[in-house]
Ligand binder design. Structure first.
Ligand SMILES: [Zn+2]
Ligand SMILES: [Zn+2]
Length: 289
């Protein structure tokens, strides 16, 4: 339901446009995403394609099947940055586009992020963690179970996720932290688990660090498209983030043009009910690390 409060909120996506042209697990050309955002009257959108992996061992299964190498993915990323900058210029006056990318956090990725930032000068980056101890956990449910087994237990997987996210936040200082509690993706008991003291203490520390560094949280509604009942972050984390005064900004994390703006209004409604500011903060230029 769209209330008068949420109807007044501008449409933005701080985490958008994973396109089929540059990403194996997405669809459609980037231009089709941008056209969809324009049609829906978005105020601004951040394009945030995935960075290339730091080495061949971090290729995703679909990339392996397609016979892709890290070098291929670097070339693809280069084309993404060119295309995104081209669209940014072409749409000036109609839609404000920001050009960024989404990180990985694995062995070797900190150095690679530094190189990509200095080579491409993105408008901002989304700092995301999709691996724990170099094992991906969000590709599918089997991957998730394997990561939990390797960590020893689901509780331990969460603890290690939030510790590695803390390292990512402090080392990269990304302007935006992506899907903060993604680690709950295939866990039906996540609500109880987030309250486990060792886990809650860690995520609280991370949120306090997000606040201290004045970073933005991606309020990621793609969870809804994948069948979850609430976006990342989940309700108790959202309450704490609002109490701490952290800026939250909706992100659709779209992986197809039809996903541009999908479930965004539902997400804005959740933010409004939680008392979060709907005066979205735009990610600014990078603070010196
Ligand atoms: Zn993706
Ligand atoms: Zn992500």
């Amino acid at each position: 339901m769209v209330t008068s409060t949420t109807a007044a909120a501008r449409l933005v996506s701080i985490h958008g446009g994973h396109s089929g042209a540059f990403c194996r697990h997405a669809q459609d050309d980037l231009a089709a995403f941008v056209a969809a955002y324009v049609r829906q009257g978005f105020s601004w959108v951040g394009l945030t394609e995935h960075m290339p992996p730091a080495s061949d061992r971090f290729l995703f299964p679909d990339e392996r099947v397609a016979g892709l190498t890290v070098a291929d993915l670097h070339r693809s990323f280069h084309r993404y940055m060119e295309t995104a900058r081209h669209l940014q210029a072409a749409y000036r006056g109609r839609l404000e586009l920001l050009v960024g990318f989404e990180t990985e956090w694995t062995t070797g990725s900190a150095d690679l992020v530094r190189q990509l930032r200095s080579r491409y000068r993105p408008d901002y980056i989304v700092g995301s963690v999709h691996h724990v101890d170099d094992l991906n956990f969000d590709y599918d449910a089997e991957t998730y179970q394997a990561a939990a087994r390797a960590a020893g237990s689901l509780n331990e997987l969460y603890c290690r996720y939030f510790d590695q996210q803390y390292a990512m936040i402090t080392m990269l200082r990304p302007e935006v932290v992506g899907h903060f509690d993604l680690i709950r993706i295939y866990d039906p008991d996540y609500r109880a688990r987030l309250q486990v003291p060792e886990i809650w203490t860690r995520l609280r520390r991370n949120l306090e660090t997000v606040r201290a560094l004045d970073l933005i949280l991606d309020f990621n509604v793609r969870a809804l498209a994948k069948g979850a009942v609430e976006p990342y972050v989940s309700a108790p984390i959202l309450r704490l983030a609002v109490d701490l005064g952290i800026a939250l900004v909706p992100g659709d994390d779209s992986h197809a043009a039809a996903g541009a703006g999908l479930h965004l209004e539902a997400g804005i409604e959740v933010l409004a009910r939680a008392g979060a500011s709907l005066d979205w903060r735009r990610p600014g230029p990078r603070r010196p690390a």
